[in-house]
Design a protein around this ligand. Structure first.
Ligand SMILES: Cc1cc2nc3c(=O)[nH]c(=O)nc-3n(C[C@H](O)[C@H](O)[C@H](O)COP(=O)(O)OP(=O)(O)OC[C@H]3O[C@@H](n4cnc5c(N)ncnc54)[C@H](O)[C@@H]3O)c2cc1C
Length: 405
């Protein structure tokens, strides 16, 4: 890609980067997405496609096609917290096109976005290209440096977008200031086989521990939270104690603990929660987890990344096409998306504290007051569903489709 006007180079082919790449190409903008991995096939990506993202697919006219990809529909998200079953969200309350969460392996979702992007001649995706640095000229970012199996590359573009996730290399090189919000937990991630008679609950939480079960058809993708920094200590104690912890939360899994023979099948995912004070500088914008790393609580990080991408395309497509994109346009994106981000991070922290934190391992086994209130009040139940299903300040696609012009 040359540094010609109206070009955009996106670091990272996750939900934020792929959706932005697709939307900009659809609007006729020359866009290059660089992804460091060779494919999208990784287990540790979240699987939740919420009603707000499905709404975006509908607005793009590809919802029907999208739902042909393998997925499970979740109309309600149920949990067992401190021994009590509760509905976390009942999507029937929503006024969206789809009143369910599509549980779809993220590789299917990203592959679908790549497939849609490729319909446009201005969409380019380069796998196995790891962004390692920024090219700057007179205080402005004018491109990126990266590594490929064939050797180093340099790409120049009018705008660079950092969408390379919570350990973003782009933001590390950018000099932008990060505010740590803090995440007191990490997640151990593993697979366990699934039986037809298994209960259909998403979350099991009790006495400081949480187990999340994502339905992948014939197996459960499981996430077990541990206090930050304690995973090594746990591993040193041996797998038996870990198995016991799982069975205490979800006794029906007892008969498949032999599948967890050792730690080889268990992957540690470090959680971080932070945000950039400023998401941009001349020639550069960060979005998604690169701008605000989200915790897994509520499973809303992917949605937020998609919403960032939609807002970015809405604000930037026209100025990029006209070659007039300015720092004021970049500021508009932060202005639009910062409020939903802050509120979401705050609510996530509150939920984590109530579900994981206050249910002390040694403390009395009781549902926290705030959860009891949330459960009993219809308005609060609906607000909770809206937070999970749609989020705060949902974005709508306003960019044109050049193939229809
Ligand atoms: C343990 C855990 C579980 C989670 N579960 C869920 C869930 O179920 N539902 C949910 O909504 N959210 C979940 N989240 C949050 C969610 O994963 C993120 O908020 C979301 O993925 C952010 O999307 P993104 O596109 O900004 O970044 P990412 O999804 O992190 O994508 C970044 C992409 O950039 C690529 N990349 C990284 N560095 C480079 C580089 N230097 N050069 C080129 N490419 C690079 C990566 O390979 C990746 O493809 C979870 C988070 C954690 C930590």
């Amino acid at each position: 890609m040359s540094a010609s006007r109206g070009t955009c180079c996106i670091a990272g082919g996750g939900p934020a980067g792929m959706m932005l790449g697709y939307l900009l190409a659809r609007a006729g903008i020359e866009v290059l997405v660089l992804e460091k991995h060779a494919d999208f096939l990784r287990d540790f990506r979240g699987d939740t496609i919420h009603p707000s993202t499905l709404e975006v697919m509908h607005e793009l006219g590809v919802l029907e096609q999208f739902l042909k990809r393998p997925h499970q529909k979740r109309f309600r998200a149920r949990a067992r917290i401190a021994g009590q079953e509760m509905v976390l969200g009942d999507m029937a309350y929503l006024r969206t096109q789809c009143r369910f969460v599509a549980m779809m392996p993220q590789w299917e979702f990203l592959d679908f976005l790549a497939e849609q992007g490729r319909r446009y001649p201005t969409f380019h995706l380069k796998m196995q290209t790891e962004v390692t640095g920024l090219i700057e000229e007179q205080g402005r970012v004018v491109g990126i440096r990266g590594n490929t199996p064939a050797g180093p590359v340099e790409v120049r573009s009018e705008l660079v977008v950092g969408a390379d996730g919570r350990n973003s290399a782009v933001r590390d090189c950018s000099g932008l200031t990060v505010e740590e919000v803090g995440a007191p937990m990490d997640v151990l991630w593993m697979r366990l086989s699934k039986r037809a008679v298994d209960p259909d609950l998403l979350i099991y939480a009790d006495r400081g521990r949480t187990l999340v079960l994502l339905d992948r058809g014939n197996y459960w993708q499981c996430g077990f939270t541990v206090p930050k920094g304690t995973a090594e200590e746990m591993q040193a104690k041996g797998i038996e104690e870990f198995r016991t912890g799982i069975v205490q939360l979800a006794p029906f899994l007892r008969d498949r603990m032999s599948e967890l023979r050792d730690w080889k099948g268990v992957q540690l995912l470090t959680v971080r929660v932070d945000r950039l004070r400023r998401w941009y500088r001349p020639g550069l914008l960060c979005i998604g987890d690169a701008a605000h790393a989200m915790s897994p609580v509520g499973g809303v990080g992917i949605n937020l990344a998609i919403q960032d991408a939609v807002a970015t395309a809405n604000i930037l497509a026209e100025p990029l096409r006209e070659g007039t994109a300015s720092i004021r346009d970049l500021a508009k994106i932060q202005h639009r998306r910062e409020f939903p981000t802050r509120i979401t991070q705050r609510v996530q922290a509150l939920i984590r504290k109530q579900v994981g934190g206050s249910l002390d391992v040694s403390g009395p086994r009781r549902l926290p007051l705030i959860l009891r209130l949330l459960e009993r009040t219809t308005v609060l139940r609906r607000m909770r569903t809206r937070f999970i299903g749609v989020g705060i300040r949902p974005e709508h696609v306003r960019t044109p489709d050049i193939s229809c012009q």
